[in-house]
Structures are given as C-alpha cells and as structure tokens.
Write a protein that binds this ligand. Structure first.
Ligand code: SF4
Length: 400
C-alpha cells in the first residue's frame, strides 16, 4: 500500500460506521467455486474493513460435518458437491464458538479465467450458480433457521467474470448490511479483491512452474490432476492425488498451470504458426462449445499435458451425478492418450472413499508410471522434435 493509501486507510478506520463494520463476523460456506475465488472474498471484505480473523470459512467437507449440521436439510436429486452444501451452511449457523452475523453465499454465475477472450464464455455450471438457493431451501422449509440464529443471509448474484458489473452487484447486496457503505468504497474493495485473487493465482502458477522445471532438470515425471476446483476439498476429491504423491510423483492441478509466454510458445507455438489455433489459449480445435469456465480449463490443460513431456500421467476426478463433466470425459481422455500419456479417471466420487479400491488403483497407477515414465519421456521428446527440451523451457523468466 502506498503512503497515501495508508493515510486513506487510517482515515477510514476512524469512521464510526467502519468501526461498527469491523465488529461483524462474516461466514462463507467453503464450497463449489469458493474454492477458486476465496482470495477475492478475503481481499474484498478486508478492504471493506472486516478484519481477516472475522472472515470465517466453513471446514472441509466431511461426513461428520454433514451428520452434525446438514442431515435432513440436504438438497435432493443433485450432484454430490452441491448436496454437501447443507453441512457447510449448518456448520456456520450452529457450529461456531463465536456466532457469525452474516452468512455470505454468493451465486457466482461466471468466473475470471485465463482463457477469457479466447472462448465463448466463462460461465459456471448452472448448479454452482443456483446452489445457494437450493441449499437455503433446506434451512427455511419449516421455519427460518437463519432468523432464529440471528444470522443475516446474503446471497447476491455475482458475475466475477465480468468485473465491471461486480461493484454494482456487491453494493446492492451489502448497503443494508454495512451501514454507510458507499459506492466508491465498494468499487475499491472489488478492485482489491481482484488484486488479491490475481496475486494468489500467480503464486500458485509460479509453484507449478518450479515443479515442471525440477522435473525437466532431473528427468522426472509428474502427475496432472484435471478436476473442478472443489475437488481440492478432501471431502469431495478424497485426496487421491495425495495418495499418488507418496509414490514420489509431484502433483500439478490443471487450474494452476504456468502461463509464461516462453513456455506457452514452446508448447503451442507451432500450432499457432501453422494456423491450427489462434493463440496458445485457443481450444476451438478440440472443443467448440466453450461456454463453461471450468470445462474450458480442463480441456486446455489436457492439451497442455499432451504436449509437455514431464507430465507422465493425467488423473481425472469427477463427482457423483455431475452432468457437466460427462460430455468431456471422452475428448479429454482421447487428447491425453493420443500423446502416449497415461490417463486414469476416478468417477462418481461421493461421500464414500473406498480405501481398498483407491489403494489398489493408486498402486496400479504408480506401477504403470514407473514402467513407462522413462520411455514416455524419451518418446515425447522425440515426437515433439525435442522442441520442449529443458533449455527452452527454462529460458523464459521464472514467475515471481
Ligand atoms: S460441475 Fe458437476 S459436480 Fe460441479 S456443480 Fe455442476 S453438476 Fe455438480
């Protein structure tokens, strides 16, 4: 923050309405696309004057959470990640040592994506967007449990993928919650939210780049996980990637692959120059229906994996009753397997983690990787005319 920024912040903090605001406790259910946007919300609420220790996220998804707080209030006929939402809501309403004042659960209808401008749209899955309405219904169907707990429920439609709309959406949602909230404050808080999110994403990408560079220097193989952001939740993705990591293979997530210009030119440059795609981020050669942000990113990451020799294996995670992922299963598998990269999928993930069968499968994957990694590395480097060799990958500047 600049000197004038510090002075502004100090001046704002003495305002009585800001001081009152700082006493609020905001509860945010940690579900669905909160997993990819949580840093935006932290940056946003902090900029509005809510201290970090008063921004409370629910725990990771678990059976205990659902049993204790969500049972009998769960959404029916829905995919597993949405069903889990009632446990998160219930934990924030009934499971806090210090009561929250506001349960904030945004209906996010689109999200920022590194593919913006190259794809038709960056919408979220309709179930992601509508989930807060579905989950809320379980808490008001007999009586209003939010009102009984003295908690204000705030659930605005937020178009995070369209930054110009967000200040208006957030000001309308919060002006009656935070006394004295101005339009200018809201706009600055939204900008702070985007900066915080961008810094976090950049740090994650830099870490992925370090992993790839380490693999390149040491002729080692890593594993790429293709999944929704919320499969990072141990209760949704069951930490299958962690079970694989113990065999010594570093893990990358598709959402946080490095986007350095030099690397992308090495990976996609020939296709761009030959006119197969318009840019390194173009996926129209394999996926014309590019409306969903998470789907688009999975497809792009599959293309990336198919071209980068140090990614020896792709793991696909799909939740129980996920309609959105179904059409992508075959294309993603084909893109990956045609390059000779190993591909395994774990589908219909729900509350049960069949430890025995997961163990057998992860051991099988590790066995195949050990058998094929070296040959795979050699083959891919040969197929690609060695254009992806270490020297070229590491020539571009490391991310900050
Ligand atoms: S993408 Fe699939 S798992 Fe996620 S909310 Fe939509 S239907 Fe459910």
């Amino acid at each position: 923050m600049t000197w004038s920024g510090n002075r502004l912040s100090a001046a704002l903090s003495t305002r009585p309405d800001r001081q009152a605001r700082a006493r609020h406790r905001i509860g945010i259910p940690k579900l669905l696309n909160i997993w990819s946007t949580h840093q935006f919300w932290i940056g946003f609420f902090e900029a509005l004057g809510i201290p970090a220790n008063r921004i409370v996220f629910s725990s990771d998804t678990s059976d205990n959470q659902m049993r204790a707080y969500g049972a009998a209030r769960s959404t029916v006929d829905c995919c597993y990640p949405v069903k889990c939402g009632s446990g998160h809501y219930g934990e924030l309403l009934f499971g806090q040592k210090r009561k929250i004042d506001v349960l904030f659960s945004p209906m996010i209808n689109n999200v920022p994506s590194f593919l913006d401008g190259q794809v038709a749209n960056s919408l979220t899955c309709p179930r992601v967007m509508a989930a807060p309405e579905n989950i809320k219904a379980g808490f008001i169907k007999e009586r209003d449990l939010f009102a009984e707990a003295g908690v204000r429920y705030v659930s605005p439609l937020v178009s995070l993928g369209a930054p110009r709309l967000v200040p208006k959406q957030m000001h309308a949602a919060l002006k009656d919650v935070f006394e004295g909230l101005t339009w200018a404050e809201t706009r600055e808080a939204v900008e702070a939210g985007y900066r915080t999110l961008a810094a976090f994403d950049e740090a994650m990408r830099a870490r992925s780049r370090q992993v790839l560079e380490w693999c390149a220097r040491n002729d080692r193989t890593c594993i790429l996980v293709l999944a929704r952001p919320y499969h990072m939740d141990p209760g949704i993705g069951h930490e299958i990637e962690a079970d694989l990591q113990v065999f010594g293979y570093p893990i990358l997530w598709g959402q946080y692959l490095p986007l350095d210009e030099g690397l992308l030119d090495a990976v996609f440059g020939d296709d761009v120059r030959e006119g197969v795609i318009r840019s390194a981020f173009d996926i129209s050669d394999v996926w014309p229906s590019s409306f969903s942000a998470n789907t688009n990113e999975v497809i792009w990451a599959a293309k990336f994996a198919a071209r980068v020799p140090w990614i020896g294996c792709v793991i696909r995670l799909v939740s129980y009753e996920c309609g959105m992922d179904q059409p992508t299963l075959t294309p993603v598998q084909e893109i990956v397997e045609r390059s000779g990269t190993l591909f395994f999928s774990f589908q219909e993930l729900d509350s049960t983690k069949p430890a025995g069968s997961v163990k057998i499968r992860t051991e099988t994957i590790a066995h195949y990787l050990a058998e094929t990694a070296e040959q795979h590395l050699r083959n891919k480097l040969t197929w690609d005319g060695a254009r992806l060799q270490l020297e070229r990958l590491t020539r571009s500047d490391p991310s900050p």
